[in-house]
Design a protein around this ligand. Structure first.
Ligand code: FES
Ligand code: FES
Length: 943
């Protein structure tokens, strides 16, 4: 029976709206239908705040308000507050606080409501606690909240609202150490997309879905391991509006990987689009394509799957040689050897060492061994996975998706459909956060398949629950560290073994586990010997994958914790012990691919962080009566791109009217790489970066780029941008020389004028053109003219490590064990800092994610392999109440292979809180927690 529609009339952003709606329509859906792109959803559980709008001037969560309730009322969204939101948007852009921008509209709606309330009652004073409490429902995964708070305080001050606190002074930084005074880099500049993001414009994948696109939904397995005996789709196919239902019998039988990595791919080819064996709970078993959501939902319920339920393999420490084989199919392949043995559940294994380890341990005064476990955690970008597919005039499949790796998605779509890559185009709009999860493919293969089958556009948008349960998480790892040292604190030997839980598929398993050792051991480069060995295993848990830090996070938790434990055993200051042992500039690093360390300010970072927190003036623990306040520290390093693998290209063109377009395949996930590339290119050309336009990624048009991962944006793509700019400048001079019939060496482009280098002669001979005049002559076919273009690519033989020191100051409640991070001081060496505001927000966001990992977040299964933490009610993301003050300083070094001396910053920033917080808790309670997260029980009672 057709649903009876009800009439609804209300006022939306000042205009009268009259519509007919189904009785169960929620306000959120209605507003999206009305074109309010600023209203977004990141949860289905009223936890995220992204859907905040005003109902008669008061903030409400539109996802929890039945649309019928707004009859006769007034609804305001960010689209209706353009003028009022401008000052706040400006303050946020100045801080770089908008990052991916996906959460910004919901936050702005709440802050503007607060400001209005405060203006009505001038006695209201905004305290830090009160502001954090009032805005705690507005989640942000990118920013770490600190930059947002700085912007909000500035806005409230400007608005005349009483603010009862001051934000901590930002550390004064040198952003470069080469003595050069730069014009475009080393300064704060707002992100190029900040206006669009802060106005809530329709710039994300979900805002661009073509009208009439089929809705794609997935039937998922309730079991962690099961054989599908049969699937009956007949009733589902009869639902009006259902266009197709597809099972394992309908898809190509060629295995592939959805790990977005360069070719040859290190991840095993171990999956099909659909299969008759289920390997984790919530794995896809059927695809539904329908004309409406309702029809798709109804069809999902009518698909009947007959399962033979099998016992799952859940404990990764028992996976190797277990009787249960996760991949018994016998046709999993690897593109190159990596020690995998699929019948043994082994994805990869190996070892690397140097020196005589037995001898080094034998000569040590102290030798001890500890085992540490880092849990699986969720990347949790606010924009869930989503993609749509269309066909073009040539019958090719075009996929628009929120991805970090468009070119790799092109390959995986082609592989999964068993068609040539030439038949696939991938387009990337703005991305609402990634943090590594969007380095792995997800729903792209389903929409591509449906569009291929039906010839119709199709759209798939994962719910939060699907994103958590069927997306990828950080690999759970167990690390055993054996450490040898002398009584004076000299570390002599380290033996690290890492066991990683790949989950049901091997995406990124080989490469993440490698980083657990290769980016933790080189920090203690002076040891006489070290060994790093590893095994990654399959289990029937949801799949592991890329997450910022990429294995280094886990490995450094183990090694840094062992170093902290050594210091405590020796009654040595843990910072002094580190200063005695850490790697220094100029050294060769045997456990880091034998690379030479050209640029390193790790010692300065540690000293700076100590200074910021007042390390020398405080005891490691102090009893405050009901709680203990304590300190802990940790160091970290990462890489800058993947040496000899990551490739980036930049196309540059001098356009009519004298502006410059940059084509890049790098994907801006919110960290601002588009702006960074513009700053680098502008610096090299000598122009204002406002003259540079950066084009988004389209694999048909953009130069090849491996994508945004492995901290490659600034270092690898940035170098390509610098080189392309050099080439363009040379071409400008050469073209002018040709026009004027002079030697190219006698022409300069100074950023404003193309002219003879002899300025007087230039004026006298009228050889003096503005860039605009010159560019316009170029496209007028003067001197065989054409728009000048340049292209450069970069692939570097090294991956220079950025470094960081982090110090946590925590309070542990003596009665409850609750751990609160009250202050976090960090100093970062990312080489030359291209844009201080964006670098700072990256660092603050990474630290907040690290604190979440240390204290709150965990992906948990029950004893049947069912996920217990499938939404934001059960998976605890830190709110702004859970993160104390975060302060970040920069200690630049100069990396000669990087653009203007820059290294990377994207990943290194997440790594220190795990070990630093654990050590601070140990100093407070005497319990060293070796298995994360540090729950109040573990803090209070030990493990
Ligand atoms: S979508 Fe409404 S609170 Fe998350
Ligand atoms: S900026 Fe808040 S979620 Fe990305």
């Amino acid at each position: 029976m057709a649903t009876k529609l009800i009439d609804l009339s209300f006022t939306l952003n000042g205009r009268k709206v009259k519509v007919q709606i189904a009785p169960d329509t929620m306000l959120f859906s209605l507003l999206r239908e009305q074109g309010c792109a600023s209203v977004r959803c990141a949860c289905e559980t009223t936890n995220c705040g992204l859907c905040t709008v005003w109902l008669d001037g008061y903030p409400v969560l539109s996802c929890s308000v039945p649309a019928a309730r707004v009859e006769g009322h007034t609804i305001t969204t960010l689209e209706g507050l353009k003028a009022e939101s401008e000052a706040l948007a400006r303050a946020m852009a100045a801080e770089g606080a908008e990052q991916c921008g996906f959460c910004a509209p919901g936050l702005i709606m709440n802050v503007l409501a607060l400001a209005r309330a405060a203006k009505e009652d001038p006695s209201l004073v905004a305290t830090r606690e009160e502001l954090s409490r009032q805005l705690a429902g507005n989640l942000c995964r990118c920013s770490g909240y600190e930059s947002q708070l700085r912007a909000i305080v500035r806005f409230l001050n400007e608005s005349g609202v009483q603010v009862g606190f001051e934000m901590p002074e930002l550390p004064v930084n040198d952003t470069s150490c080469d003595g050069v005074s730069y014009k475009q880099i080393t300064h704060k500049q707002p992100k190029k997309d900040s206006k669009a993001l802060l106005e809530g414009r329709p710039v994300y994948t979900g805002d661009m879905v073509p009208a009439g696109a089929l809705i794609v939904k997935l039937k998922r397995s309730p079991y962690a391991r099961a054989k599908i005996r049969s699937i009956d789709t007949s009733r589902a196919l009869k639902v009006p509006g259902v266009v197709g239902v597809y099972t394992y019998e309908d898809v190509p039988k060629r295995r592939f990987t959805i790990a977005g990595q360069s070719y040859p791919q290190p991840s095993p080819y171990d999956r099909l689009i659909l299969e008759n064996l289920v390997r984790y709970q919530n794995e896809e078993v059927a695809i539904v394509a329908a004309e409406t959501e309702e029809a798709a939902d109804k069809a999902l319920k009518l698909i009947k799957v007959d399962y033979e339920v099998l016992e799952p393999l859940l404990d990764f420490t028992k996976a190797l040689d277990n009787d249960i084989v996760v991949h018994p199919e016998g046709d999993v392949t690897f593109m190159f050897p990596q020690g995998g043995d699929v019948p043994r559940n082994l994805v990869c294994s190996g070892a690397s060492d140097f020196g005589d380890l037995d001898e080094a341990f034998a000569q040590s005064d102290i030798v001890f061994e500890r085992t540490y476990t880092s849990q699986a955690t969720q990347t949790a970008p606010m924009e869930t996975f989503r993609a749509f597919a269309t066909t073009d005039a040539f019958g090719r499949i075009s996929v628009t998706t929120s991805t970090q790796v468009p070119f790799h998605v092109r390959r995986m779509v082609a592989q999964s459909l068993d068609i040539p890559q030439s038949q696939v185009q991938v387009i990337k709009p703005r991305i609402g956060g990634g943090f590594g999860s969007k380095q792995t493919g997800c729903c792209e293969i389903f929409v591509a398949f449906v569009t291929q089958q039906t010839g119709r556009p199709s759209y798939c948008c994962y719910t939060r629950e699907e994103t958590i349960t069927a997306g990828n998480s950080r690999h759970q790892m167990q690390m055993t560290v054996k450490l040898g040292a002398m009584n004076d604190g000299t570390i002599t030997a380290i033996d690290l073994h890492t066991l990683s839980n790949a989950g049901a598929y091997g995406e990124h398993a080989t490469t993440t586990i490698g980083l657990s050792g290769h980016k933790s051991l080189p920090i203690y480069n002076h040891v006489k010997a070290s060994r790093f060995s590893w095994d990654a295993v399959y289990t029937n848990t949801n799949r592991g994958g890329a997450y910022r830090g990429y294995g280094a996070t886990q490995g450094q938790f183990a090694v840094e914790s062992a170093v902290n434990e050594l210091a405590d055993m020796l009654h040595m200051d843990p910072a002094d012990l580190r200063l005695k042992n850490i790697v220094r500039e100029g050294e060769i690093m045997p456990q880091y691919y034998n690379e030479k360390l050209n640029a390193c300010a790790l010692d300065r970072c540690l000293l700076r962080a100590m200074d910021m927190i007042g390390w020398r003036d405080k005891p490691l623990a102090v009893d405050l009566g009901d709680r203990v306040r304590a300190l802990g520290c940790a160091l970290t390093m990462q890489g800058s791109g993947i040496s000899n693998v990551d490739i980036a290209g930049i196309d540059m063109r001098l356009e009519e009217d004298g502006f410059i377009t940059i084509g890049t395949g790098a994907t801006d996930n919110g960290m601002g790489v588009d702006t960074i590339l513009a700053q680098i290119a502008a610096e090299e050309l000598g122009v204002e970066s406002s003259l540079i336009v950066v084009r988004g990624v389209d694999t048909d048009l953009s130069p090849f780029d491996a994508g945004s991962y492995a901290s490659s944006g600034t270092y690898v793509t940035g170098l390509a941008a610098k080189n392309a700019a050099t080439e363009l400048r040379e071409k400008i001079c050469a073209k002018a020389a040709q026009m004027w019939d002079v030697d190219a060496a006698d022409v300069v482009f100074d950023g404003q004028y193309v002219r003879l280098s002899d300025e007087r002669a230039a004026r006298e001979q009228n050889r003096y053109l503005t860039l605009r005049e010159f560019a316009n002559l170029c496209v007028k076919n003067i001197a065989g003219g054409d728009a000048l273009t340049s292209h450069a690519s970069a692939c570097l033989p090294v991956s220079p490590p950025p470094f960081m020191a982090g110090i946590a100051e925590v309070e542990v409640d003596k009665a409850t064990g609750k751990v609160t991070v009250v202050d976090y001081a960090a100093a970062v060496d990312c080489g030359t800092v291209i844009n201080e505001a964006l670098a700072r927000v990256q660092a603050e966001g990474g630290i907040a994610q690290g604190i979440g990992h240390a204290l709150y977040e965990i992906v948990e299964h029950d004893d049947r392999g069912r996920l217990r933490t499938g939404n934001f009610m059960s998976y605890k993301l830190p709110t702004r109440l859970d993160i104390g003050s975060i302060r970040v300083a920069f200690e630049p070094s100069y990396e000669p292979t990087g653009p203007f001396g820059a290294k990377s910053i994207g990943e290194v920033v997440i790594n220190t809180p795990l070990a630093a917080v654990a050590s601070a808790v140990a100093h407070a309670t005497g319990h060293q927690v070796r298995s994360l997260p540090i729950t109040p029980e573990k803090a209070l009672l030990g493990e």
